[in-house]
Every structure is written in C-alpha cells, then in structure tokens.
Design a protein around this ligand. Structure first.
Ligand code: CMC
Length: 442
C-alpha cells in the first residue's frame, strides 16, 4: 500500500501581504496562500479590481499560474518529486507506466490497478490506419518534430468519441490514447525519415521495449530488444514525464483553459517543447559537442558562452528553476555510463568532451556565480545517440515522455471547479489614440 498523499492545505491562512501605492498612499491587503511545500503565494486576483494595477512578470519568474498537486521542485536544493516521491526513487525503483499512473491518479497503483492500467494503455497502442497517409504528405527529410506536431493535431479528427472534456470517462480514454499512441507516432516519424516500413506495436512488450522495437526492428529480420537499452529508455521516459509549469506544460494548460480538446492541447505542447531553450536542447547539446570536436577546443567555446556579444550558450547548462545540479542529470549521468559500457562505447569521444566540459565549467567563476549546472539534456543526448537515434529524434523522445505530464496537468486543470479561460494582461507600450491619415497623405 502506498502512503496516502498529504492533504492540500491551500486555503488562505489569514496572513496578508500589504502593498502600498506611494503615489496615493493607499494600501491593499492581499491574501497569502500556502501550499504543502515551497514558497507561499500572494493572491493578486482581485488586485486590478481594487487598485487598477496589473502585475508585470513577462517570463513568469515570480508568478504561480495555477494550483497543482503533481510535481514539486526545489530548485535551490536540486529536488524533484512527483506526488511526494523523489525522482531518484522513481527512476531506480519504478517504471514509466507506474509513474504515469501516479501522475494521473495521485497514488502509486497496487498490482491489480497496475495490471489494468497496463492493459488499458497497451490496448490503445495502434493508430487508425488512415493516419499512415498523413505521414506520406511530409517530405522524407522533414524534421520529426514537425511531423509529430502535425500528426498530433490530426488525432482529434480521428477520436471523436473521447472529445467531450466534461465527461470524466472520455477524459480518461483520451489520456490513455495519448500515452499509448505517442510512442507509436514517434516511431513512425523515425521510420518515415529513414524510408523503412512502419512496424506495428507489439503488445507483449513493455512500453520502452515496444518503442525500441518499433524504431529499430525491420520486417525482414528478427529483433531482440536489449534489456539494458530498454531499461535506460524507461528511465529517460520517467525522468522527462513531468516538470511542473514549464513552457510546454503552461502552453497545454493555456490551450486547454479555452476548453480545446486534449489532442489539440498536446499538439500545442509539442510545438512549445521544440525550441532549443526547452526540449530542443538535447539535440542542441549533441550539435554543440560535434562542433567542439576535441577537448582542447573547450576553452574557446567556454569563452564564447561567457561573451555577451556572442549569442552562443553552453547547451545543456543552466535552468530557470534549478540553481543546483538538476537531479535528473545525476541519474542520467550514471545511465549514460551503463549504456555506453554495455554497448562497448566507453571511449566515445563525445562523452569524453562532455565530461571534460562539465568538469571545467563547474570550476569556472562565470558558471559558479550564476549557478549554471548541467541539466537533464546534457546527458540524455549521449545515451540516445549511443542507442542509435539520430539527433533530430531526441526532442521527439522528450515529447513521448512529457505527454504523460501534459495530459495529467490538463486533467487536473479541467477538474478544477473554478476553471476559467487563461487570459494574461499586458503593459501597453504602443502609440496612444491618433487620427487616421489617408494613404496619399502619409
Ligand atoms: N550558457 C551561458 N550563459 C548562460 C547559460 C548558458 N547555457 N544559461 C544562462 N546563462 C547566463 C545568462 O547569460 C545570464 O547571464 P547574466 O546574468 O550575466 O546576464 C544568467 O546566466 C542567467 O540566465 P537567464 O537567461 O536569465 O536564465 P533563464 O532562466 O532565463 O534561462 C535557460 C534558462 C535554460 C533557457 C538557459 O539557462 C539556457 O538557455 N540554457 C541552455 C539551453 C538549455 O540547456 N535548455 C534546457 C533546459 S532543461 C530542459 C527543459 O526543462 O526544457
């Protein structure tokens, strides 16, 4: 039996935060709300109505956009927990499907619940046969994220029977479909890019084994999944499953707040994930390591990363929230060694450059002062490359795993009794009212 999650004491605790307008001398008492862990928040929902002011926080550095009971991060301490379980424990002792169940339902499943959940997901791994034709519309050299984004958007046209977001059973079926079909679609986008036939899913395999099978098997030959690679794949999926209100998750929530269907919302999440500051960083790390080429060129790249006139950044370093070692990077560093050892690739020059880069950067004043540590993307790319994935697939694999977080966060939001459409305000800096001038007089 798992320990029940701690209740959420998220009501106002009587504490207030007073804001004074220096111009008028008027004060506003704002309620303070506490969660179960982490900083309390100042409730500014009524601030505009009472004071006429908006708050200004364009990159949301100090803004809590929602209540959530899924994931807790303490960036200063390097802690990541899902529903109270540390990511290190989950990566070592759990499986991706167990973590998916935990994120969706709040508790770890017992044996019967896990068996049923596994059956439910497995039952949905195939995609509608007509979806195959969507792939053919893409160029073979299309980036698989472009393909995934497009095909994902199309899914809502196929599964009409689970689009009523107000029906709990339909929400559940959509969640199962998304978690089950993303690996299949991701593998299809890979197969399409290399000109090989699609491999139908095999439901006797685990989700990680099946994914490797769909990517690397061919119909002409038997294929045996390497258990060490399947284990590393499962770990990568666990480590990427959710990360509270990051850019793509916030995108999914904002899209979902308009009551758009979950397939459309996840397509929006995939688009947001693609950028190099977010999920696209795992591809960018490898591109950077290729560009560095040899250990003796590391100082040159570090100097570029520090130069404010150069847009180059050390990819795989730094994080908006973690001001300490990203706990996911710690787990993956070990997994990278295991995989390379098993595949006999311990002398991989890219890994050597990565280790040396990490060593030098962690001693460098610039990185130390700004608390820039390796993040999850720093090591995942090395493992994925060793497994045989091309660089362009790295962010796709991130999307496969993060779909669990997106759909769990979306479900949590839809189930909020006071859900309203997300609608940020702005600080307007354009021209004030002026007369229209006809074209010949401008
Ligand atoms: N290389 C060099 N300098 C950096 C880097 C870096 N990777 N990251 C941050 N800095 C500097 C930045 O120039 C700034 O310096 P200064 O204070 O002198 O102006 C300072 O550190 C603070 O940076 P910031 O831009 O305010 O930090 P942010 O929170 O806005 O950005 C980040 C976070 C992840 C976008 C950024 O660290 C970055 O671009 N990293 C490289 C890309 C990357 O690895 N992204 C994956 C993130 S983890 C996976 C995920 O969650 O999606």
């Amino acid at each position: 039996m798992s320990t029940p999650a701690k209740a959420q004491p998220n009501a106002a605790v009587g504490r207030t935060f007073t804001l004074t307008d220096d111009q008028t001398g008027k004060s506003y008492k704002l309620p303070v709300i506490e969660g179960t862990q982490g900083p309390a928040v100042i409730d500014v929902r009524k601030l505009y109505a009472e004071s006429g002011y908006f708050t200004f926080d364009p990159s949301f550095s100090s803004t809590g956009s929602c209540k959530s009971a899924l994931t807790y991060i303490d960036g200063d301490e390097g802690i990541l927990m899902h529903r109270g379980y540390t990511i290190e424990d989950l990566a070592e002792k759990s499986t991706f499907l167990e973590v998916a169940y935990l994120l969706l339902n709040g508790e770890l499943p017992n044996r019967a619940q896990l068996d049923k959940f596994t059956r439910d997901i497995t039952y949905h791994t195939m995609v509608h046969e007509q979806i195959n034709y969507f792939f053919r519309g893409f160029r073979r050299d299309a980036h698989p994220m472009a393909v995934l984004c497009g095909v994902m958007g199309a899914l809502s046209a196929f599964y009409h029977d689970s689009l009523d977001i107000h029906d709990a059973r339909q929400r559940e079926i959509s969640a199962h479909r998304l978690i089950a079909k993303l690996p299949t679609l991701a593998a299809m986008s890979y197969k399409y890019s290399v000109g090989q036939p699609f491999m139908y899913p095999r439901n006797d395999l685990t989700i990680a084994e099946n994914f490797l099978y769909m990517c690397f098997a061919v119909p002409a030959e038997p294929y045996k999944v390497n258990p060490i690679l399947a284990d590393a794949m499962d770990k990568i999926f666990i480590l990427h499953a959710d990360h509270e209100q990051n850019a793509s998750t916030s995108t999914v929530r904002l899209a979902g707040s308009s009551q758009a269907n979950p397939f459309a919302c996840v397509a929006a999440g995939i688009a947001s994930l693609w950028g190099p500051s977010h999920g696209g960083a795992n591809q960018a790390v490898l591109e950077m390591l290729y560009e560095i080429k040899s250990k003796d060129r590391i100082p040159e790249f570090l100097a570029r990363a520090k130069d404010k006139n150069d847009s180059f950044r050390l990819m795989g370093f730094g994080h908006r929230v973690y001001k300490n070692f990203d706990p996911r990077a710690g787990v993956l560093k070990k997994a990278a060694h295991d995989v390379l050892h098993d595949l006999g690739k311990t002398n991989d020059p890219l890994l050597e450059i990565a280790i040396e880069l990490e060593r030098i950067a962690l001693q460098d004043d610039y990185f130390v002062q700004r608390k820039l540590f390796p993040n999850v993307d720093f090591y995942s790319g090395i493992i994925l490359k060793a497994m045989g994935f091309p660089l362009s697939m790295f962010t796709v694999l991130f999307a496969v795993a993060r779909t669990v977080g997106w759909i769990a966060q979306w479900k949590e939001m839809i189930e909020e009794p006071d859900l309203r459409i997300g609608r940020p305000r702005q600080l307007y800096t354009g021209p004030t009212k002026r007369p229209y001038v006809v074209v010949d007089k401008r």
